[in-house]
Design a protein around this ligand. Structure first.
Ligand SMILES: CC(C)(COP(=O)(O)OP(=O)(O)OC[C@H]1O[C@@H](n2cnc3c(N)ncnc32)[C@H](O)[C@@H]1OP(=O)(O)O)[C@@H](O)C(=O)NCCC(=O)NCCS
Length: 138
């Protein structure tokens, strides 16, 4: 297995559209201002995520590894690349609660519910998701 993780160019976004549709059974909006990262195996997309500017901050969204490829370290590799791409910017993520450690590995820390900006509440499934935040680094 040779996994290549990289940022996706505009011309490659169709492949990511198809990946999300296949894995999630729905369309995911890939806007021009979003940074999209993928992991590929033999050129085939096996995982993807999006960094989405919103409400004056950044959101890490739609982290998905292909159904048959989970538990092989691909998600971790993709997150490490995302960590570099986020760099010193602040970033929010609202993951499933059981993934707190997964995102914690790149600096996302669970924060108080009350600290979530109102403008981001619609991104947060408060029944199953937790608010996590990676602060801007000087
Ligand atoms: C969550 C997901 C992205 C993880 O990717 P992955 O390639 O399977 O994860 P990795 O093999 O790189 O595992 C990295 C670490 O995360 C942990 N982890 C992965 N999936 C986990 C799960 N479902 N529950 C708890 N821990 C999990 C692993 O145990 C591992 O921890 P370790 O370093 O202590 O061994 C992947 O399972 C997935 O696409 N799930 C469906 C979509 C989803 O739920 N996305 C996240 C939305 S918040």
């Amino acid at each position: 297995m040779s996994i290549a993780v990289s940022a996706v160019s505009t011309g490659e976004r169709g492949e990511v559209d198809a990946f999300y549709r296949r894995e999630l059974g729905r369309d995911v909006e890939l806007e021009a201002d979003q940074e999209v990262l993928t992991a590929r195996d033999g050129g085939v997309v096996v995982a993807a995520l999006r960094l989405c500017p919103e409400a004056g901050t950044l959101l890490l969204r739609t982290v998905v590894v292909a159904g048959g490829r989970r538990g092989q370290g691909i998600g971790r590799s993709l997150l490490l690349k995302a960590s570099k791409a986020i760099g010193s910017r602040e970033c929010w993520c609202f993951p499933w609660s059981y993934l707190e450690r997964f995102y914690g590995a790149i600096g996302f820390v669970r924060v108080a519910d009350a600290s979530v900006p109102m403008a981001l509440h619609h991104r947060w499934n408060q029944r199953e998701g937790i608010p996590t935040y990676r602060s801007a680094m000087p």
